[in-house]
Design a protein around this ligand. Structure first.
Ligand code: NG1
Ligand code: MG
Length: 517
């Protein structure tokens, strides 16, 4: 089947060396390669399920973030790289008038939705196909609002077959891979060329249809990534990237904690909650630094009030050393260390202000209601503002430093040491201030540092998922062996089905502990 279908065009976000074109068509890899077999399998499954060959295949990869965690949605630049694990999507016209979505793997439900892209995604109903529908919607909403002349005359029924390799809930952005590959498949089918950065921008908005208030890092790197390079991704004034050459003599090793970061389901108390906390921290800082209540209600991100924070911080610069120290001093002066309750915040921002501020966003509203309730231990959940702001303002400084070190001409040994310090500082901040690590990640990170990693940190949203470790080349083999023995082999059961049935992976803190000894 694979060789029969070699005339099917493949749209891949990665193989394009033309930065302005959205995608190029390229042939399969050489026969016999894994890639070739996987594409062949996709075509075969597509053909047997839909009784027709796909017309196009699209491909988009997952990513690992090297530094800059939980700051993309605050408007700050981040530094990820694409990985080889990807999602591929076959697409072809069907004779009906629905979009039908299937997965090559068993255990994934089959769904159909209307080609009418104005239909909402059913957020209350968690299905992997929601990501495909979100991408579909994103494509046409983008075209309609930005490039209406490219809008197809008529939207037809399509078959889509998905084959994903990025483990779900692992912090490697399986969701961006599926969203971006689906969007490329639909664009490819209709033959509509769109600039890469535009695709990266609109696919970032797609995750919101599914209920995650994500920033744009994952989609940016999935669409704009290049082989052998990390990228510094900027979101302002519009999305663009800078190449970051990686230092010689070291390897970034990604290790899975085998704990699932259940982001879509847990978003109201984890991911989206942080987005809400950051907005509230920004509002209170704004208020304390001279904004009216009304102005403070409109502030969305910590980056918007940063100039005021810095201005106020000037007076501390002498005493606190750097401007960075002064920023931290201002945040600690103006935001309480304790949790804020809903009532306390309304006392500051005005009665009814919280509901009003988040009224237009049902996902954030859910987090607001979670914060008003109690946690598993019967304690009020509340909002931590000082800690979240301290993380964001310190993490965003580490990102340009990381690039500067990579670009610099210091000896390899020195570079490695400096990069390691930034990565380890990032982890400490994620764990202590942003509270997005978990027991299993902390354990894996500690083992990694003991067994040859210069640095190790969580990557992606956290609360489970993967670590990324900076390892000198000569230590890589020993490092991997050590993790094998000390982490993976001490589990009572390694979930062999991990890649096949991701739903069976336990959430952080809920799986069996490593065996003693
Ligand atoms: P992952 O780990 O892929 O879910 C999420 C967000 C990113 C970013 C990181 C934290 C999505 C799709 N992605 O990544 O935008 O905020 O967390 O740095 O939600
Ligand atoms: Mg994701």
């Amino acid at each position: 089947a694979a060789s029969d279908s070699s005339d099917i065009r493949v749209y891949t976000s990665l193989a394009s060396n033309d930065k302005d074109r959205s995608f190029l068509s390229s042939n399969y890899d050489h026969p016999g390669s894994d890639v070739f077999l996987r594409y062949g399998n996709l075509v075969e499954t597509f053909t047997s399920e839909f009784h027709k060959q796909p017309e196009y295949i699209a491909r988009s990869p997952g990513r690992v973030n090297l530094i800059g965690e939980h700051i993309d949605y605050e408007g700050y630049s981040v530094l990820p790289m694409a990985i080889k694990q990807d999602t591929i999507v076959g697409v072809g016209k069907n004779n009906g008038d629905e979009i039908t979505v299937r997965n090559v793997q068993e255990g994934f439900d089959v769904r159909s939705f209307s080609p009418d892209y104005t239909q909402p995604v059913d957020m209350g109903n968690h299905s992997w196909t929601n990501y495909v529908q979100a991408a579909y919607k994103g494509v046409f909403e983008y075209l309609q609002s930005h490039e209406p002349e490219k809008m197809p005359q008529k939207l037809v029924g399509l078959n889509l077959m998905v084959s994903g390799q990025v483990p779900q809930g692992s912090g490697l952005s399986s969701s961006a891979a599926i969203v971006c590959a689906s969007a490329l498949a639909v664009l490819g089918y209709y033959g509509v060329p769109v600039a890469k950065w535009r695709i990266a921008e609109f696919t970032a908005r797609c995750e919101k249809y599914v209920g995650t208030e994500s920033g744009g890092m994952d989609q940016a790197i999935s669409i704009m990534g290049d082989k052998g390079l990390a990228k510094l991704v900027h979101f302002k004034p519009h999305l663009h990237t800078e190449d970051v050459p990686l230092p010689q003599g070291v390897t970034f090793v990604v290790a899975n904690s085998l704990t699932r970061s259940a982001k879509a389901e847990a978003a109201p108390r984890q991911y989206n909650m942080r987005v809400v906390e950051c907005r509230l921290a920004a509002a209170v800082l704004g208020l304390r630094l001279g904004m009216t209540q009304e102005q403070a209600h409109k502030v969305m991100t910590l980056s918007e009030v940063e100039p005021r924070v810095k201005e106020h911080g000037q007076q501390f610069v002498g005493a606190k050393g750097s401007l960075q120290g002064a920023v931290a001093a201002v945040v600690s002066e103006l935001l309480s260390e304790d949790k804020y309750t809903h009532a306390e915040l309304e006392g500051l921002l005005g009665e009814g202000s919280l509901e009003h501020m988040f009224a237009r966003n049902s996902s954030q509203m859910r987090s607001l209601h979670v914060a008003a309730g109690n946690d598993d231990n019967g304690q009020p959940v509340g909002f931590r503002l000082r800690q979240r702001a301290l993380h964001v303002y310190s993490e965003k400084e580490r990102v340009p430093l990381f690039k500067q070190i990579c670009d610099g001409s210091a000896p390899a040994e020195e570079k490695t040491e400096q990069l390691a310090r930034l990565m380890n500082d990032s982890q400490a901040s994620c764990r202590d201030l942003y509270e997005c690590s978990c027991e299993e990640l902390d354990h894996l990170i500690q083992l990694s540092r003991q067994h040859g990693a210069e640095a190790s940190r969580l990557t992606g949203a956290g609360w489970g998922g993967c670590t990324v470790s900076l390892v000198k080349e000569e230590n890589v083999e020993g490092f991997i062996q050590a993790l094998q023995q000390e982490y993976y082999e001490t589990y009572e059961r390694i979930p062999e089905e991990y890649f096949d049935i991701p739903k069976s992976i336990p959430e952080a803190g809920k799986h069996r502990k490593p065996k003693a000894g």
